[in-house]
Design a protein around this ligand. Sequence first.
Ligand code: DHB
Ligand code: MG
Length: 231
Amino acid sequence: MTDDNAELTALQQAAKTRHEIEAAITGMFAAEDEGLRASLLAAKQAGLPEIQISPIQGKFLQLLAAMCNAHKILEIGALAGYSGIWLARALPAGGRLITLEMSPDHADVVRSSFERAGVSERAEVRVGRALDLLPTLKSEAPFDLVFIDADKSPYPRYLEWALRLTRPGSIIVADNSIRSGKGFVQAEDEGMAGIVELNKRMASDPRLVSLALAMDDDYTDGFAIAVVKYQ
Ligand code: DHB
Ligand code: MG
C-alpha cells in the first residue's frame, strides 16, 4: 500500500470512529423522544430545510440552561421548533421561552410542534423580523440564555441585542459559528461576514468569556458560546 493510501485509510477510520462516538453519545445522553422526532417530520412535510441542530447540541443547550439557572430563554430564529423544544424542556415550572420567527407559516409549524411536544404552555413564538422584535423585549429582560440561530448577516447585531437583554451570568450561544473553518477567515459573502464578525466580537469583548466549539454531527460546525461577566 502506498503512503497516500495508508493515510486515506487512517482518515476514513478516524471519521468512522468520530461517527460511532457521536452516535453512542447521542444514544446514551441525548436520545430524541416522540415530540422531537415529530417536530422534524412536521418540518420536513412543510418543506422547511433540514438544518436543525444535532441532538447532542440540543442536550448541550439544556446543560447550558441548567448552568445559568435559566428561567427566561430567548431564541432568535425558531426554524422548525426543534431547538425550541430542547430549550423549553430545560425550563423549570413557570419558566418561559420566547422564540422569534420571521415566517408566519413556519411559526404555525413551530406552534403545532410545541403543542405535540408538550411545551406550548411555556414556549411562545413571536412572528416578525428579529431586528424589529428585539427592541420590544426590553420590558421582558433580562434573559438568562439567548440562542442565536437566524439569518447570518445580522449576527453581530443579534449579539449586540443579546448583550442588552441579558444579565451578568447569562449565557449567549450562536449556532453555525465554525462553518468548516470559514467562520475564522476572510468572508466570501454577507452571511459569512456576519459569522466572522460575531466570532471576532465574542472572542475579544471584555464583557464576555467565550469559546467556539465544534460539536455538530461531523464536528465541522458548532456553537460560539459566551458567558456575560458584566455589562
Ligand atoms: C445552515 C445551517 C444552519 O444551522 C443554519 O442555521 C442556517 C443554514 C446550512 O447548513 O445551510
Ligand atoms: Mg443553525
